[in-house]
Design a protein. Structure first.
Length: 316
């Protein structure tokens, strides 16, 4: 999530989203952007997440246990103790998002503490194999109703409106309930059989542009390792702009460039469109990665805009 940020929705569907209490905040899209000299993320004085936040998983379709473990371990890595992750680590990557809270002068929110929540498995495709954005919100609603990020993950045989054509993942939030409760949510699809050349790049040859050889995925699964990139991007967006009025680059609030999506396609130093930048390579497997996670995992995650330097920060 190479990528940029947009709701990618049309006027006719916006009304339907409103009726379904759906607010689309950002999406990991497909087209890489040329990095600007300075990328300024402005705080729009909205609420940020704080306190103890559960990350709940809604698995829609068929995922194997190893596939679920790759993604669950990534989320666990976000808040794992430094000793559990050799540097460069997922936890260190995530610290860049923490800077947004420190730089916020009009909110007293403290950077939230994430913890693994519940798992909901829907292997019977209860809403069918073609989903709308309204369906995604219905699935997200199966997680906790508040103090949560509910993550919807769709299997490789599930079509989602806009998937591959304009986005690889998205994040949004429900409106406040009568009791004042509200949850943030993320959706990411498995691109393995639908658009690996778009949403699983660089672990698959690109769908367009120079046909550079694909890199070896660190967890041996092109689709799931691609999902991790999108998930990382969308969680970073959720932490810094959960309700659409947090941190994002000036411009249209309907298509905000956020902490990760403003650094589309940048993974290592020296990156440019079509080239990931310099990455680490595992000697045993030949896999490319830029972060170490919990339980010995390795991952490729996107660069984040560092608010202190107004530039895309890479690890290493």
């Amino acid at each position: 999530m190479a990528a940029s940020s947009s709701c990618a929705s049309v006027a006719a569907t916006l009304l339907a989203f409103a009726l379904l209490f759906h607010t689309c905040l950002a999406a990991r899209k497909l087209t890489a952007l040329v990095q600007e000299p300075a990328i300024t993320m402005k705080y729009h004085k909205g609420a940020l997440l704080s306190g103890r936040i559960a990350v709940n998983f809604i698995w829609y379709g068929k995922f194997s246990a190893p596939q679920r473990a790759v993604i669950t371990d990534f989320v666990s890595s976000l808040s794992a103790a430094p000793a559990q992750q050799p540097e460069p680590s997922v936890a260190t990557w995530f610290k860049t998002a923490r800077k947004y809270y420190a730089n916020s002068t009009t909110t007293k929110a403290r950077f939230p503490s994430l913890h693994l929540g519940a798992h909901v498995l829907d292997q019977s495709y209860s809403l069918g194999k073609r989903l709308t954005d309204g369906d995604l919100l219905k699935l997200a609603s199966r997680g906790a109703p508040s103090r949560a990020i509910n993550v919807v993950l769709t299997a490789d045989d599930v079509a989602v409106d806009g998937f591959c054509m304009s986005r690889c993942g998205t994040h949004g939030a429900s409106p406040r309930s009568r009791s004042g409760r509200r949850f943030a949510y993320v959706w990411v699809g498995n691109p393995a059989t639908q658009c690996a050349g778009q949403c699983a790049w660089p672990f698959h040859q690109p769908a367009y542009g120079p046909q550079t050889p694909p890199l070896t995925p660190p967890n041996g699964d092109v689709g799931v390792d691609g999902m991790v990139i999108s998930l990382a991007s969308m969680i970073a967006g959720t932490m810094t702009n959960p309700f659409g009025n947090g941190f994002f680059q000036e411009g249209s609030a309907d298509a905000p460039l956020e902490a990760a999506t403003a650094c589309a396609g940048v993974y290592g130093k020296g990156a440019y469109p079509g080239y990931t930048g310099s990455l680490l390579v595992d000697k045993a497997s030949g896999a490319s990665y830029n972060t170490n996670g919990a339980n010995g995992r390795k991952y490729l995650v996107p660069a984040l805009v560092d608010p202190d330097t107004s530039s895309c920060a890479t690890l290493g």
